[in-house]
Design a protein around this ligand. Structure first.
Ligand code: NCD
Length: 321
């Protein structure tokens, strides 16, 4: 039964997924990314036709979720994805775990790994924590966001959202706007969208602009008015005040006046341009209510919806080798 369902989900896909973990976008080839997106696309179709659809491709497997940072959508999305595929899901409650008794991160994860889970999904404030953990455990490790470095499944679900809305990613002009310097969503999206051939623009005030990028051909702008014309997708980001000295950015109203996405500013982009945001949104800071809630332009809830099939694909490909 499980094998049959797996064959159905994988029909028409090329290649196998050669990685044991998903901790960054950097090591993935365009082919690896497309393999995930193709499988996610099929799961998305199945769920669109029947939201109650479930499979047993991960029946008898255990997925452990350990979030050392707050989250709403990402944690719930991983849990729903694993359950849709029939896995047993354990959510580690960090506040009541031995972490609060001073246990080291490494001791916590090696203890969890000794219980033989199939996957560990980790969110942590330390730069590179998921990669460090991946070197010390037997199970697959999925990075659900580390510091300001990477959030690979967010970039994958964003890519799936763009691909389903626009039919392609290659050659689209995509603006990523706001707090680029402290955003792991920007980090993973710049890597992924570069690999898939999008033209990337980054729009940010100079104090939120990284000094350099690891990828070629990224255009930088310090004004929305200069950067938005010609864009097919406008991706907004939250100011990550928890990762900076909050005094280093202007007050929310001043920021909104210069960098907030309003309907008037969106009109500068290509007609039919679509708006994205990974959430949580700060309305009236980086985005107006009018734009966030505009069903003709906003993909924001579609991103949330497509997070589930994207994470289903990732878990399926990593666990079902
Ligand atoms: C982001 C995150 O936690 O990195 N949200 C998310 O996972 N959807 C972005 C943010 O916190 O602003």
């Amino acid at each position: 039964m499980a094998t049959q369902k797996k064959k159905t989900a994988a029909a028409g896909e090329a290649g196998t997924f050669p990685h044991k973990h998903l901790t960054s976008i950097a090591p993935l080839s365009a082919q690896d990314i497309n393999l995930i997106l193709d499988r996610a696309d099929r799961y998305a179709d199945q769920l669109a036709g029947n939201p109650a659809w479930k499979a047993d491709v991960l029946y008898g497997r255990t997925v452990l979720i350990a979030f050392f940072e707050n989250s709403t959508r990402t944690r719930v999305s991983f849990e729903m994805a694993a359950k849709k595929l029939g896995a047993d899901v354990i959510n580690l409650d960090i506040d009541t775990s031995s972490v609060s008794k001073g246990e080291s991160l490494m001791d916590t994860v090696t203890t969890l790994d000794a219980m033989r889970p199939n996957a560990l999904i980790i969110r942590h404030k330390e730069y590179g924590a998921p990669e460090y953990i991946a070197k010390h455990v037997k199970c697959a490790v999925v990075n659900a966001g580390d510091s300001w470095r990477e959030h690979p499944t967010q970039a994958l679900l964003d890519a799936l959202t763009i691909r389903r809305a626009k039919g392609k990613i290659e050659d689209l002009t995509i603006a990523i706007c706001g707090d680029i310097a402290h955003s792991r969503v920007a980090g993973s999206n710049i890597a992924l969208l570069s690999k898939l051939g999008a033209k990337i623009r980054v729009i940010a005030p100079s104090f939120l602009m990284p000094e350099k990028f690891d990828y070629q051909g990224i255009e930088t702008f310090t004004s929305m008015e200069d950067g938005l014309p010609g864009c097919d997708i406008v991706m907004m980001l939250r100011n990550q005040k928890e990762r900076m000295d909050a005094k280093s950015i202007p007050d929310d109203e001043t920021f909104f006046r210069r960098y907030g996405l309003t309907a008037q500013r969106l009109a500068l982009a290509t007609p039919g341009a679509l708006v994205m945001h990974p959430g949580p949104m700060n309305r009236g800071v980086e985005i107006s209510d009018e734009v966030a809630d505009d069903p003709k332009h906003s993909l924001i809830l579609e991103q949330v919806r497509l997070g589930i099939p994207t994470r289903m694909a990732v878990l399926d490909l990593l666990i079902n080798k």
